[in-house]
Design a binder for this molecule. Structure first.
Ligand code: FE2
Length: 263
């Protein structure tokens, strides 16, 4: 089976890139299941119910998230209601929503998805490695196809989790930095890995934010109200081929497709 993992969707340009490009990618590559990180889909900060519905309509099966999922209050209830929306599993008990789930492709193949958040240069959450141990064990009772979105800042932490889960999950894809890394590979145990899947949003920007505003912030160190940039939308992600019997990855392809190219 083939799955497409889409990197952080940032604001309206990200949604536009997704709606314009995703369908064609799914057709060309015969994709069975689409996971996308949607934590920046609402003007760069958080996710609203209406926008989540749009993303599902565009063809996303499961939305993952990260630290920005808490930016829009309406997402809190929605996290409890919508099984196809995940937040990182290693938030302390009491956080709304869930961090993993088991889903099915249209052909009826089961897919487990786990969302985790890193702790290096980020909040002091529970250990993502130990959270993964427990969740992988639970999900493997239902399916050997398990996809992990590790929303983290540090490349070392992301590579380390990939190595730690190698052979136990089908894919570990990093998110959060919005800059796609060129290290996609299948690890020795059969886990497809990329340090960061990249961003789905404006490339003529500083990680999706207007260049002038981001530079102003660095120059002045004063608070600046960020706005999402508009130009040159791109869809970034990772295409993974998986043997559904063993759950091992058999192919991995990095995707970075500009909107103009798809027209
Ligand atoms: Fe993030």
């Amino acid at each position: 089976m083939k799955i497409l993992f889409v990197g952080d969707i940032v604001g309206r340009p990200g949604r536009l890139a997704l709606s314009s490009i995703l369908g064609r990618l799914v057709d060309i590559h015969a994709v069975d299941f689409v996971v996308a990180n949607g934590e920046n889909a609402a003007a760069g900060f958080g996710l609203t119910v209406d926008i989540a519905r749009d993303l599902y309509d565009f063809g996303v099966d499961v939305l993952t998230s990260g630290n920005h999922i808490w930016d829009k209050r309406e997402a809190y209830d929605y996290l409890d209601r919508q099984e196809r929306l995940l937040r990182p599993a290693n938030y302390p008990p009491g956080a709304p929503g869930r961090g993993s789930g088991i889903y099915a492709t249209s052909a009826g193949l089961k897919v487990g998805v786990i969302n985790l958040e890193g702790r290096v240069f980020m909040s002091s959450l529970d250990c993502p490695f130990r959270a993964a141990d427990q969740l992988v064990e639970e999900l493997r009772e239902h399916t050997s196809v398990i996809l992990v979105d590790f929303h983290a800042e540090a490349t070392s932490e992301k590579v380390a989790l990939g190595c730690y889960l190698d052979g136990r999950v089908s894919m570990v894809a990093g998110t959060h930095t919005h800059v796609q890394t060129a290290d996609e590979r299948i690890l020795p145990g059969g886990t497809a890995f990329i340090t960061d899947a990249g961003m789905t949003g404006s490339r003529d920007a500083v990680i999706g934010i207007r260049k002038d505003l981001a530079v102003q912030k660095f120059l002045t160190q004063m608070p600046v109200r960020f706005e999402v940039a508009k130009k040159d939308p791109v869809l970034c992600g990772l295409l993974v081929e998986i043997d559904e019997g063993s759950g091992k990855a058999t192919g991995v392809l990095r995707i970075a497709e500009a909107l103009e190219k798809s027209r």
